[in-house]
Design a protein around this ligand. Structure first.
Ligand code: CP
Ligand code: NVA
Length: 305
């Protein structure tokens, strides 16, 4: 077990499964109005370089529900790298609070914060990875099927979501079929590390350029935006590159019983059509809800003493 939650590749299958079990428990407890006070007096600093709805609100609400408190830090307030070095920020925060959630452009920045901080650092999304989202996604899949038996198809950009799904599937030994343009496959370093993990877990992670092949017979079809935060200048080009990768009724005809997943925010009419996102097979708001429960389980795991 790592001090931090930066990458699913740093965690064992047993640890991730225990977090998922606790996330399910916490969801059931909250449905009965119970909020276990496991983090009384704990404080969490949340540093966001990029916009956020789900990650911000679910970490803050999660800390409150567990009896703790969260503090939002915006880049203009603390000036990481301009007013103060990342390592000095990490050293200061380590003296005051019990954990840090960081959403940054550079993954190296989150790694640096974690290296210097003596408290746990949680990756709230970087350009490379989004591990908390995948924990909520796996919780959601387990609510609708057997995580170990289903085939999950991911269609679109080989981005932070794809990278983290690849890591999650590779650690847990799942079946994940990716379809991306050859120019936008998941990062090479992720694929190499995932291969090592899959050799141990028996995961079946495959890649093709054909979205129809990837989704055929899958139980879950996942997509994400073609233009991630920070890539806005490339939006027009990206719409062209990914145009054959839209999740729409024609594609889903290959997987008639599949549930549809998206981490949100969605760019409706681009990577996914309205009728699919709002359709009866969509479980996107279950995913969003489970951010709360999965992250409470992660926070307990890291901050509870
Ligand atoms: N899915 C997700 O991380 O949403 P936000 O960007 O709103 O936090
Ligand atoms: N790939 C998207 C995920 C948003 C939750 C992005 O990085 O903007």
């Amino acid at each position: 077990m790592s001090k931090d939650f930066l990458s699913l590749a740093d965690w064992s299958a047993d640890d991730l499964r225990m977090i998922l079990v606790r996330a399910k428990e916490l969801k059931e407890l909250l449905a009965k109005g119970e909020r276990p006070q496991t983090l009384i007096g704990r404080a969490l600093a949340m540093f966001f370089e990029k916009p956020s709805l789900r990650t911000h609100v679910t970490f803050e609400a999660g800390m409150t529900q567990l009896g703790g408190h969260a503090i939002l830090l915006r880049p203009e307030q603390i000036g990481i790298g301009t007013r103060e070095s990342p390592s000095d920020v990490a050293r200061n925060l380590s003296r005051w609070v019990d954990g840090i959630v960081a959403r940054t452009y550079s993954h190296a920045l989150v790694e640096e914060l974690a290296r210097v901080a003596t408290i746990p650092v949680v990756n709230g999304l970087t350009d490379l990875l989004h591990p908390c989202q995948v924990m909520a996604d796996f919780q959601t899949i387990a609510e609708h099927g057997d995580l170990d038996e289903v085939a999950i198809a991911y269609v679109g950009d080989g981005n932070n979501m794809a990278n983290s799904l690849v890591y999650g599937a590779s650690v847990l030994g799942l079946e994940l079929r990716l379809a991306t343009p050859a120019s936008h496959r998941p990062a090479l370093r992720v694929r190499q590390r995932a291969d090592e993990l899959a050799r141990v877990s028996g995961a079946k992670v495959t890649w093709s350029e054909d979205p129809f092949e990837a989704v055929r017979g899958a139980q879950f079809v996942y997509t994400d935006t073609w233009t991630s935060m920070g890539q806005e200048a490339e939006a027009d080009l990206r719409r062209q590159v990914f145009s054959a990768f839209q999740v729409n009724p024609k594609l889903l005809a290959e997987a008639p019983d599949a549930y549809v997943m998206h981490c949100l925010p969605a760019h409706r009419g681009e990577e996914i059509t309205d009728e699919v996102l709002d359709g009866h097979r969509s479980i996107v708001f279950d995913q969003a809800e489970n951010r709360l429960h999965a992250q409470k389980a992660i926070l307990e795991r890291l901050l509870r003493r």
